[in-house]
Design a protein around this ligand. Structure first.
Ligand code: S3P
Length: 432
């Protein structure tokens, strides 16, 4: 089955973004490490998260689903020996955070994932966890891990990665002494915020342009209530469509505005986007708001490379909107894109080129030259949800339809994407 997006009439409507993927993984994992009941509201029910839910169940937590998006995790105050392989599917966040969480318990675990996850680098998490005392029997998945007594670690990040920081902090929770992670560029801080919600003390001090996060080992976690805000990385797709389909006005409600996640919105505004942010309020310890995108005349800009960490998952959809901008949009310092669910630099370059867009690929970035967009291609996504959604959004404003292969993977992060987009008036439909 394939999915085709055709040039669409003006899009209009108010929709709600699915729950944030980063926060959903963390709520399940911390709920399982904690003692007692954690009630989660608005959990993302995407494939990545369902894999993490199955994993924490295998580690001994009781997981119930009393209603849509409402999940209850009853933790045992630690992980138990699981019976089988922990299959994290497509989820890099799931496996890396679970490796950190499992490290402090005397259990032996085999982690695995799909073909994409088996190719992704795990050394970035395994190396620091090994320094703390964990054993691994392979450098990539499938990999066996034996945990137990851990020594605290002072770690200086070499790549800006919230997954690595989080894995070390979760291991540090059960280590002997104070563990710290120093980042020269701040990465998303959902783990730190959520650890506090579960009763742990996490301290943060400035360190150059970044920060140093510290946590004392041996702190117990207590179950709590977590309300998951809307995912800005998913909201980006209907909003992008609103910006590029002439005559559109699209509102996404309840979008999380954590400043370490909003680089795309800042970038679009600099490009001249008519983006309004209203009704700012707090939910689940995060600021949320309703974001409206109206069709806009965009102009190309140089995206500051230091912004990369706050929008690393958004460059594919930014590239799709840049294709409609006047002039060149330069995106650099994004080499990490090559080790996501796919090599996103290569796939965006191939996909946009097939759609008639001028895109110059570099080792650590690309430049898109905007103009009228032809479309008229079938794009290979290598099973990457964001590559699929980015090209479908582009197809709504192109001259000819755009088709993506294997659209099933969209459900890893955005179940209901097709229906939500159709509800706004988008011409997206299954095709042969
Ligand atoms: C995530 C961190 C980012 C991001 C991923 C989710 C997280 O990865 O790309 O989708 O939840 O911590 P890195 O930490 O590898 O940059």
């Amino acid at each position: 089955m394939k999915l085709t997006a055709r040039p669409s009439p003006p899009l209009a409507g108010v929709v709600r973004a699915p729950g944030d993927k980063s926060i959903s993984h963390r709520a399940l994992i911390l709920g399982a490490m904690a003692t007692g009941v954690t009630e989660i509201d608005g959990l993302l029910e995407g494939e990545d998260i369902l894999a993490t839910a199955r994993a924490v169940e295998a580690f001994g937590a009781t997981v119930e689903r009393p209603g849509d998006g409402h999940w209850r995790v009853t933790g045992q105050g630690g992980f138990r020996q699981p019976a089988g392989v922990i299959d994290c599917g497509n989820a890099g966040t799931g496996v890396r955070l679970l490796m950190g969480a499992a490290a402090g318990y005397p259990i032996t675990v085999t982690f695995d994932g799909d073909a994409s996850l088996r190719k992704r680098p795990m050394g970035r998490v395994m190396d620091p966890l090994r320094d703390m005392g964990t054993r691994f029997d392979a450098a990539r998945l499938p990999a066996g891990q034996t945990g137990g007594a851990l020594a605290a670690l002072d770690y200086i990040q070499t790549v800006a990665s919230a997954q690595v920081k989080s894995a070390i902090l979760l291991a540090g929770l059960n280590a002997d002494g104070v563990t710290s992670v120093t980042e020269s560029v701040k990465s998303r801080d959902h783990t730190e915020r959520m650890l506090r919600a579960f009763g742990a003390v996490v301290s943060v001090e400035a360190s150059g342009s970044g920060w140093r996060v510290r946590l004392q080992g041996g702190q117990p976690l207590t179950g709590t209530a977590i309300s998951v805000p809307g995912d800005p990385s998913s909201a980006a797709f209907p909003l992008a469509a609103g910006l590029i389909v002439p005559g559109s006005e699209v509102t996404v409600e309840g979008v999380m505005l954590n400043p370490l996640r909003t680089g795309l919105f800042d970038t679009w505004i600099e490009m001249g986007a008519d983006l309004t942010i209203a009704n700012r309020r707090m939910a689940g310890g995060e600021e949320i708001a309703d974001v409206t995108a109206r069709h806009s005349t965009l102009k190309g800009i140089v995206v500051p490379p230091e912004r990369a960490a706050s929008m690393i998952d958004e460059y594919p959809v930014l590239a799709a909107t840049a294709a409609f901008a006047e002039g060149r949009t330069v995106m650099r310092g994004i080499g990490e894109m090559r080790v996501k669910e796919s090599d996103r630099i290569a796939l965006m370059a191939a996909g946009l080129t097939a759609c008639g867009v001028t895109i110059d690929e570099e080792p650590e970035g690309f430049t898109v030259t905007g103009g009228p967009v032809r479309g008229g291609a079938t794009v290979t996504t290598h099973g990457d949800h964001r590559i699929a959604m980015s090209h479908l959004v582009l197809g709504l404003a192109a001259t000819e339809p755009v088709t993506v292969d294997a659209p099933g993977m969209i459900a890893t992060s955005f179940p209901g994407f097709e229906a939500l987009m159709r509800g706004l008036g988008a011409d997206i439909a299954t095709s042969e």
